[in-house]
Design a protein around this ligand. Structure first.
Ligand code: NAD
Ligand code: TYD
Length: 351
């Protein structure tokens, strides 16, 4: 039986990963270490909270003594580090917390894992640290070309630079100590439980509340969207079969402009929920500072080496996603009250 230390499991991708793993494997133990920032929500994990395979620990990945204690209390086989500050706009306003959690938190986890796993002649068998990274570390593409694993890192935002910094430290633990690691760099995810500061749930929420739909700049920035379960599947495959020390890009060649995404959501809601929701709600607002123009992943390596393929195509995934938010309006209401509401209002008050 394998024991996973998942960090940030109460957030968007982390929660989807916990559900994915419990559905796929009977015989695992999973410890979820999450600080429960504004982005972490235990409601996302209600279905597993009493599962005997599952343990929740509230805490910070930067808390060295807590992380070391977890390695003493449990024989951890795999670390899957999702915990991060993840919102680019917030990183532009408050960069320090991004460096703390994303870089220092990663080093704290790496060090505790190294101390627990290192032996006189290397590392215990069957251990692995997996860093969940992002395509944003590669910077921005022009109209053509794709990010491969050898594309030089060229991050632009405090968020992506902190993720790139973390990736370099993870790589250093492989180069220096031969610690068993992998790094995955995935494109933009969408699906259930995504916090509505990110484009797709924000647009759905604003449509339902007939609020303006903020589109940054000309709306023609391109992101490469992947249904979240396909990302979870890739992480599971990399844990099991990824060659040690390697980076794997994850993406399904699904590039869309932001305005296309916004119009798709409007059309669905207009036709299925409320025909007074129209494109009139679109509001072009000031562009994000340093806004990356285009992301596009080349997934050849993970496909050829590990056999990963995306299963949910965009046309199906986006409908599934919109329906999930429509069926979980109370979830949306709860997460958009309190602290987030204050933050959201501050962010958009002048736009
Ligand atoms: P999220 O913001 O929804 O969730 C982050 C989770 O981490 C939350 O539960 C939060 O409480 C927790 N957390 C934050 N700081 C912590 C700390 N110091 N200690 C412990 N827990 C802490 O993020 P997400 O979108 O689920 O992203 C998860 C990971 O995947 C991140 O590392 C992100 O960089 C990466 N990623 C995200 C995307 C995407 O499209 N969302 C794409 C590629 C990679
Ligand atoms: P986001 O979901 O924040 O992800 P990321 O910046 O990590 O790619 O944003 C996706 C794209 O949508 C990005 O180009 C910025 C744009 N965007 C808007 O136009 N309006 C919004 O309100 C938000 C949140 C994002």
């Amino acid at each position: 039986m394998k024991t996973y230390l998942v960090t940030g499991g109460a957030g968007f991708i982390g929660a989807n990963f916990v559900h994915y793993m419990f559905k796929k494997y009977d015989n695992i133990k999973l410890i979820n270490l999450d600080k429960l920032t504004y982005a972490g929500n235990l409601e996302n994990l209600k279905a597993v909270e009493n599962d005997s395979r599952y343990t929740f620990v509230q805490g910070d990945i930067c808390d060295k003594s807590l992380v070391e204690k977890l390695f003493k209390d449990y024989d951890i086989d795999y670390v899957v580090n999702f915990a991060a500050e993840s919102h680019v706009d917030r990183s532009i306003r408050e960069p320090e917390v991004f460096v703390n959690t994303n870089v220092l938190g990663t080093v704290t986890l790496l060090n505790a894992a190294k101390n627990a796993w290192q032996t006189d002649d290397g590392f215990k068998e069957g251990k692995k640290y997996l860093q969940v990274s992002t395509d944003e570390v590669y910077g921005s593409l022009g109209e053509t070309g794709y990010f491969t694993e050898t594309t030089p890192l060229d991050p632009h935002s405090p968020y992506s630079s902190s993720k790139a910094g973390a990736d370099l430290v993870v790589k250093a633990y492989f180069d220096t100590y031969k610690m068993p690691i992998n790094i995955t760099r995935c494109s933009n995810n969408y699906g259930p439980y995504q916090f509505p500061e990110k484009l797709i749930p924000l647009i759905i929420n604003n449509c339902l509340n007939k609020k303006p739909l903020p589109v940054y700049g000309d709306g023609l920035n391109i992101r490469d969207w992947l249904y979240v379960e396909d990302h979870c599947k890739a992480i599971d495959m990399v844990i099991n079969k990824g060659r040690l020390g390697e980076v794997y890009n994850v993406g399904g060649h699904n590039e869309r402009t932001n305005i296309h995404i916004v119009k798709t959501v409007i059309k669905y809601i207009n036709e299925n929920v409320d025909d007074s929701v129209t494109e009139d709600l679109i509001k072009y607002v000031e562009d994000r500072k340093g806004h990356d123009r285009r992301y596009g992943i080349d997934p050849t390596k993970i496909r050829e080496e590990l056999g990963w393929e995306p299963e949910t195509m965009y046309e199906e995934g986006i409908v599934k996603t919109i329906k999930w938010y429509l069926n979980n309006k109370d979830w949306m209401e709860r997460v958009t009250s309190g602290e987030y509401k204050k933050y959201y209002n501050k962010m958009y008050e002048n736009k």
